[in-house]
Design a protein around this ligand. Structure first.
Ligand code: XLS
Ligand code: NI
Ligand code: NI
Length: 433
């Protein structure tokens, strides 16, 4: 008896009115690649198989046979259920934290032993099913020992504990051929400046990340190391605020060629940005790595991690991704959870299927806009002056303020304002989404 036994693998069926993919078709070619290879979907273990539907006001609402998964036996049942759902969805990838897959063991040695035991099971199941690991990560925020941070904890023993946990998890990720290793800041931030030495904490975080990078090279791991920015929650101020902040941090510690970013829709919204802004900035800075696809509520001040269902928004995100050359080793991880009243196994499958359809529609719209040169044509035209002789001279090596200013005066430049044509371009986008 299995948890999802009444649900069969989902077909691609545009006419279906029940569980099926109406738009997502793994085999359809989009810009020279199979749709599955463009989107690289991953299921997030934590939201789908660990979270029990509890919130600050109410107990868990989901009854899963593997809860509370505080024994290895239940953890194994959970792994069975997870791989069953990956198969139903045809999900090519999954992602996990160490803490999601094994019960807390009370010591580093016991934690690592348990993690490796579950990794053995994963390895076998991955071989059998072809499901791959998009990324692994260590949970350095749930246990009370991390309440004041991990690498930024004022207690050096917590830094040391965290180093051991990351080493174990990075090595398991390597063994499972994970394409990326993620570090989301967890509780790396502060609650009050009254007790915080921000400069020291940032230096510790920089040193910690350098060690992770050194170790990656030492063991020959070829995946990307990714930082996931988020501005607040759980701490009042998270150090990895947004893409721009992370870039400054990487520059300061000399890691900008070693570490990239995993950008989450909800975190972008919390930071006061759009998802596409964060993606476009990461592309411009050369640190784009992967995405956590979800949807934040625009009225709330926290991370609601809903499944995406806004095609126009998703289309603009994939537009920036495709424009930058695609996801590469990254992927589309559904860092999304059900609403706590959605208690059925069917809800979980339907949420993913719907999200995959939304992403498929967004991707197709994005690809079409690129192929038609619908936005890039007008954009090129807007910057065309820089291609001309006078434009190029402004940026030529050796150009000085004196030289540029003199030339401007000689030529008697007197630029006329030109329309940015925003509404016209919005109308263009509207034809595709
Ligand atoms: C939390 C983060 C987390 C990371 C992985 O807000 O999104 O789920 O993706 O640690
Ligand atoms: Ni995330
Ligand atoms: Ni999040």
């Amino acid at each position: 008896m299995t948890y999802f036994s009444d649900i069969s693998p989902l077909p691609h069926d545009p006419q279906a009115d029940d569980l099926a993919f109406r738009h997502y078709d793994p085999e359809r070619m989009v810009m020279g690649k199979r749709m599955e290879d463009q989107l690289r979907f991953a299921v997030a273990y934590w939201h789908s198989f660990v979270w029990d539907g509890s919130d600050p006001f109410g107990a868990g609402t989901f009854q899963r046979p593997w809860f509370p998964a505080d024994t290895m036996d239940l953890a194994r049942q959970r792994a069975d259920a997870a791989f069953e759902m990956f198969r139903i969805l045809g999900a090519p990838f999954f992602c996990f934290h160490d803490h999601d897959v094994r019960p807390e063991g009370g010591s580093l040695a016991e934690n690592h032993k348990r993690l490796n035991e579950i990794a053995d099971i994963f390895e076998r199941k991955m071989d059998e099913t072809g499901t791959r690991l998009l990324w692994g990560t260590a949970n350095l925020f749930t246990h009370p020992r991390f309440m004041s941070g991990a690498a930024t904890n004022p207690d050096p023993d917590v830094f040391a504990w965290s180093a051991s946990s990351v080493r174990a998890c990075l090595e398991v990720t390597h063994r499972l051929k994970g394409e990326n290793y993620v570090l989301w800041g967890g509780r790396e931030g502060y609650e009050t400046l009254l007790n915080t030495d921000m400069g020291q904490e940032l230096d510790h975080m920089g040193r910690f990340l350098s060690m992770v990078v050194e170790h990656k090279h030492k063991i020959g791991y070829e995946g990307q190391i990714l930082i996931e920015p988020k501005p607040q929650e759980p701490t009042k101020h998270q150090y990895d605020y947004d893409v721009a902040t992370v870039y400054g941090f990487l520059k300061r510690y000399g890691l900008e060629d070693e570490v990239r970013v995993n950008i989450e829709q909800g975190h972008a919204i919390l930071a006061g940005h759009s998802f596409e802004h964060e993606i476009a900035l990461a592309q411009a800075l050369g640190i784009f790595g992967s995405i956590d696809m979800n949807r934040n509520d625009y009225q709330s001040g926290w991370d609601t991690d809903q499944f995406p269902n806004n095609v126009p928004e998703v289309a603009l995100a994939y537009y920036e991704i495709l424009k930058g050359g695609g996801l590469g080793r990254g992927g589309t991880n559904f860092d999304a959870k059900l609403r706590r009243q959605s208690i059925d196994a069917r809800d979980l499958v339907a949420a993913h299927a719907g999200a995959m359809d939304v992403c498929a529609r967004g991707l197709e719209a994005a690809a079409k806009m690129l192929e038609d040169d619908a936005l890039e044509g007008p954009r090129r035209e807007r910057y065309a002056g820089w291609e001309g002789e006078e434009g190029a001279a402004l940026l030529a090596p050796g150009a000085t303020l004196d030289g540029v200013a003199d030339r401007a005066e000689e030529r008697g430049v007197n630029p006329a304002p030109r329309s940015g044509r925003q509404e016209i371009l919005e109308n263009v986008v509207n034809r595709y989404v």
